[in-house]
Ligand binder design. Structure first.
Ligand code: NAI
Ligand code: MG
Length: 338
């Protein structure tokens, strides 16, 4: 069965790393059709809006997308297209594994997963300025939204994920000591859902600042972390730092009707266009996509080839080497041919 997936090359380093990923999956014999679509700055440069209808229609039809990073202007301009896509398709669960693939880092054998609520919290983007006297921007206000519905479905997703992936423990991360309503509700709901899994999956809760410290001191105590939107954003970048950095960290945005797979990292404007970005994160996101499509054999072959290539001398600069994106992609393809 040939699957068709929407392919969004994205902005900045996006087209370079996505090109590497496509070549790797083709070399692995993946039975897939790529439906290329534009979004973000790349779409605007073609005279379209940042999220063209053709792109959302394509995802609606294919139900699965692999996407490069999209640039969001800081502090002004259009809102994040990444957030817009997650909202549009109600992709409520953001799954971000942090697993050691390369020896010689700060830690060996880290293997944890951050599951982040992807549609609520502060990232709903309800915010405004408040004017006082002469200053129209004297203050600013953001609203954090937590619903029982949203908290329930992400907690249940995390426990079901733990069950289906042979995990032992779920840690719910919150700030309920200070934010008693929003974070309190998130915690209360999580505790209740945990009861349904008692005896099968261990449960604990932690305050976010302590978790940030504990992750650095002893990452092995964590297994599956479930948390709200912004905490998950921050902790998943932190977790990627434990395993060699953003160049190695993939993510999946999953809803009931669609899924979009992408790297945790952004468009890296500081190195865009130089052909030196690490394609591993987007390749690993592609592996998560093939797992999701039921083609775990392809996913496993590519993960193995990538792991072997990472142990060799050809590495990108973020991992201490001097190889280009193409050279490293080629090293993976060579491993696939062996
Ligand atoms: P970033 O993740 O793009 O870059 C952070 C640092 O990591 C930079 O020094 C960069 O060179 C490095 N880096 C990232 N990916 C790398 C790779 N594959 N290989 C080697 N080095 C890599 O974060 P930043 O600079 O904060 O954001 C840049 C833009 O990306 C912003 O417009 C932001 O909104 C957007 N962004 C998009 C995301 C998405 O599409 N899902 C996620 C995060 C940020
Ligand atoms: Mg982020």
């Amino acid at each position: 069965m040939t699957a068709t997936v929407t392919l969004i090359p994205g902005d900045g380093i996006g087209p370079e790393i996505v090109d590497g990923a496509v070549r790797v999956f083709e070399a692995a014999g993946a039975d897939v059709g790529w439906d290329r679509q534009l979004a973000g700055v790349a779409a605007m440069e073609e005279g379209l809006g940042p999220l063209p209808d053709e792109t959302t229609d394509s995802i609606l039809e294919n139900k699965v997308a692999l996407k490069g990073p999209l640039t969001t202007p800081v502090g002004e301009g259009f809102r994040s297209i990444n957030v817009a896509l997650r909202k549009h398709f109600d992709l409520y669960a953001n799954v971000r594994p942090a697993k050691t693939l390369m020896r010689g880092g700060r830690y060996e054998d880290v293997d944890l997963i951050v599951i982040r609520e992807n549609t609520e919290g502060l990232y709903v983007g309800i915010e405004h300025f408040i004017g006082m006297e002469e200053d129209p921007e004297a203050a600013a206000e953001s609203v954090m939204i937590v619903t029982r519905y949203g908290a329930e479905r992400i907690a249940r997703f995390a426990f079901d994920y733990a069950v289906t992936h042979d995990r032992r423990k779920v840690t719910l991360v919150h700030k309920a000591n200070i934010l008693k309503c929003t974070q309190g509700l998130f915690l209360e709901v999580g505790r209740k859902i945990a009861e349904d899994y008692a005896g099968r999956i261990e449960f604990e809760d932690r305050i976010v600042d302590n978790t940030a410290m504990q992750l650095v001191v002893d990452p092995y105590q964590f297994d599956v972390i479930v948390t709200e939107n912004m905490f998950g954003d921050i902790l998943s970048d932190e977790a990627s730092g434990l395993i060699g950095g953003l160049g190695l960290a993939p993510g999946a945005n999953i809803g009931n009707h669609a899924a979009i797979f992408e790297a945790v990292h952004g468009s890296a404007p500081d190195i865009a266009g130089q052909g030196i970005a690490n394609p591993s994160a987007v390749i690993l996101a592609g592996c998560m996509m093939f797992d999701y499509l039921g083609a775990s054999e392809v996913a496993e072959r590519v993960r193995e080839a990538l792991t072997t290539a990472l142990a060799g001398p050809v590495r990108t600069r973020d991992l201490g080497g001097d190889a280009s994106t193409r050279e490293f992609s080629h090293a993976i393809i060579e491993e696939l041919r062996d």
